[in-house]
Design a protein around this ligand. Structure first.
Ligand code: ADP
Ligand code: MG
Length: 256
C-alpha cells in the first residue's frame, strides 16, 4: 500500500465516521497479506469490527446515562440461593421480548431478595441490545416531578421518565405517597402504557399498593395499566445481604 493511498483511506475513513479503520489500517493490510484474505473477507472483517466498536461505545455511553446503581448481570445472580424463583422465568425476560412488546416486568419480595439485582441485570441486557435505559427509585422520581411542577417545568421533567425505552422504577412502596404524588406516578405509568416498558421492584404485594398510593381509585388505575401486560416474579426467599452477615455473627457467637 503506498503511503499516499494509506493516508487517503485514513482521511476518508474518518470523514465517513469509521475511526477504527483509520487507526488500524496497517494492521488490517498486514493481516490480509499474512492470511491471504480474499477482498470480500477483508471488507467483512473491517465492517464487523467497526460495528462492534460502535456498539460497544454506544453501550458504555448508554450505561453512563442510565443512572443504574451498578452494572451487575444476570450471570452473577445465584439462583440456587433463591430456589423459589424459576430461572426459566428470568431467562425468558432476558430475551427482552417483553420490551419489544412494550410490556412490563415486576419483581416483588422482601429486602435483600435480589430484586434490584435482577432489574439491573435486565436493564444492562436491554442497554446492550440498544434500548435507552433510565433508573430511578420511586421516591426520587416523585421528588423530582414535584419540584419540577412547582417550578412550572413538569412537562419537560416528565420527559426524563417518558423518553427512555426502559424505565426502571426501584423500591415502590418503601414510603407511602400523598394523593398529589401518586397522581404524578399515574401520569408516568399511563403515558408509558403500551408505548414503552417499565421494570419495577417492590417490597409490597399489589394488594398493599392502595396503602402506598394513599388512594384506592388511583392505586387501581395505576395497577390496571401496569399489570395489563406484565410479567411478575415474586421472590419470597431469604436476604442475600444477611446471608454472609448471619453466618459471621453465628461464628463469632459460637467462638465466644
Ligand atoms: P433487593 O433489591 O431485593 O433489596 P438487591 O438486589 O439489592 O436486593 O440484593 C442485595 C445484594 O445481594 C446485592 O449486592 C445483590 O447483588 C446481592 N444478591 C442478592 N441476591 C443474590 C443472588 N441470588 N445471587 C447473587 N447475588 C445476590
Ligand atoms: Mg432493592
Amino acid at each position: 500500500m503506498s503511503q499516499l493511498t494509506g493516508n487517503r483511506v485514513r482521511t476518508t475513513a474518518v470523514k465517513l465516521g469509521l475511526p477504527h479503520l483509520a487507526e488500524a489500517l496497517s494492521q488490517y493490510v498486514r493481516r490480509a497479506d499474512e492470511a491471504k484474505m480474499g477482498y470480500l473477507d477483508l471488507i467483512d472483517l473491517v465492517l464487523a469490527d467497526e460495528l462492534a466498536v460502535r456498539e460497544d461505545r454506544r453501550f458504555r455511553q448508554g450505561l453512563r446515562t442510565s443512572k443504574l446503581p451498578h452494572h451487575k448481570t444476570l450471570d452473577a445472580y445465584d439462583f440456587s440461593f433463591q430456589p423459589e424463583i424459576d430461572p426459566r422465568k428470568v431467562k425468558d425476560l432476558a430475551t427482552l421480548s417483553f420490551i419489544e412488546a412494550k410490556a412490563n416486568a415486576a419483581l416483588l419480595g422482601p429486602p435483600g431478595a435480589g430484586k434490584t439485582h435482577i432489574a439491573v441485570g435486565l436493564a444492562v441486557a436491554a442497554c446492550r441490545a440498544g434500548y435507552s435505559i433510565y433508573f430511578t427509585s420511586l421516591d426520587d422520581m416523585v421528588r423530582n416531578l414535584k419540584a419540577a411542577e412547582i417550578a412550572g417545568r413538569l412537562t419537560s421533567k416528565l420527559g426524563t421518565y417518558l423518553r427512555p425505552g426502559v424505565l426502571v422504577v426501584d423500591e415502590v412502596g418503601y414510603q407511602p405517597l400523598e394523593r398529589a404524588e401518586a397522581n404524578l406516578v399515574f401520569q408516568v405509568i399511563s403515558k408509558r402504557y403500551e408505548k414503552r416498558s417499565i421494570i419495577l421492584t417492590s417490597n409490597k404485594t399489589f394488594s398493599e399498593w392502595s396503602q402506598v398510593f394513599g388512594d384506592e381509585v388511583l392505586a387501581t388505575a395505576i395497577l390496571d395499566r401496569l399489570l395489563h401486560h406484565c410479567d411478575v416474579i415474586s421472590i419470597n426467599g431469604p436476604s442475600y445481604r444477611l446471608k454472609n452477615r448471619l453466618a459471621a455473627i453465628e461464628r463469632d457467637t459460637n467462638a465466644a
